[in-house]
Design a protein around this ligand. Structure first.
Ligand SMILES: Nc1ncnc2c1ncn2[C@@H]1O[C@H](COP(=O)(O)OP(=O)(O)OP(=O)(O)O)[C@@H](O)[C@H]1O
Ligand SMILES: [Mg+2]
Length: 257
């Protein structure tokens, strides 16, 4: 089982759009996929048309008084399940703080799911908190959307430094440019140069496209409702890169019975 987390300290950079589309593509490839929406805004939950309601709240899941299995919902798509968020998730930090080993907590909650899932996506809220530290410990790979500014490199360096300083297991980082505006010279330049200079920046960039914004109207991944669009193709390329880098084994063969 591989655990990917879409993470950035900054908000509104494309974390949820990435988790939703890559989750869909992984499921379409035949992997058994779970997406855990960890954000009290519950955007991923909304996009998959699932009610933002967790019985007992985030507290029950983190404390283990309610099993994760119980809270998982099927989506409209084969092989793709969702663990929804609700507004109680705003207090996950406080709940984690009372756990024995807060930063190991997510990893230990997720470990038993390896019998049921091949790939897990964690869609993180923005910011840096105890929850994010717990995510960093649990994840095999971080997918980090970067807005193309001269400061984006600094953001990435800060994150890398922070992760290097962590005890225990550390995720690999795959950053990629998000919301590229092709009319801006600076955007074009940065998004071309950086992948050539740094191995932690993906060759694939996701342009700013209104079709991606349309996801909140369609309430589905753009890779599902417009599979031949430029937007969908870029997410496919990004998924291929992420899949390759993480050395994800081939998906299990479909049930033959
Ligand atoms: N490449 C893109 N082009 C155009 N719009 C985009 C793109 N990626 C995301 N968006 C839109 O921008 C908004 C923010 O995107 P998204 O929710 O994926 O970001 P986020 O990093 O998850 O935000 P938050 O930090 O609030 O969780 C959404 O309305 C989304 O539809
Ligand atoms: Mg989000």
């Amino acid at each position: 089982m591989k655990i990917f987390a879409t993470y950035n300290i900054k908000g509104g950079v494309g974390k949820t759009a990435t988790a939703v589309n890559l989750g869909y593509l992984a499921a379409r490839d035949g992997y058994r996929v779970l997406l855990w929406d960890l954000d009290p805004q519950a955007a991923a939950t909304f996009l998959f048309r699932i009610r933002p309601r967790v019985k007992g709240g985030g507290k029950a899941l983190i404390r283990g008084t309610r099993s994760i299995d119980d809270a998982i919902k099927a989506t409209d798509f084969d092989n793709l399940d969702l663990l929804p968020a609700d507004f109680t998730y705003r207090n996950l930090d406080l709940v984690l703080d009372t756990a024995k080993k807060p930063v190991r907590r997510l990893a230990s909650l997720l470990a038993p799911l390896s019998a049921e899932y091949d790939v897990i996506f964690l869609d993180c809220p923005p910011g840096i908190s105890l929850l994010s530290e717990s995510v960093l410990q649990a994840a095999d790979a971080l997918l980090v959307p970067l807005i193309p500014t001269t400061l984006s490199v600094r953001t990435l360096d800060q994150l890398t430094e922070f992760i290097d300083g962590l005890d225990g297991s550390r995720p690999s980082i795959l950053a990629f440019f998000s919301m590229i505006d092709g009319r801006k010279r600076l955007h074009r330049e940065i998004s071309q140069q950086l992948p050539e200079q740094r191995t932690d920046v993906a060759a694939t960039a996701i342009p700013a496209l209104s079709l991606i914004e349309q996801m909140s109207v369609q309430r589905a991944p753009v890779t599902a409702f417009a599979p031949r669009s430029v937007a969908a193709r870029r997410y496919e390329e990004l998924w291929l890169e992420a899949r390759k880098r993480s050395e994800l084994p081939a998906p299990p063969p479909p049930d033959s019975w």
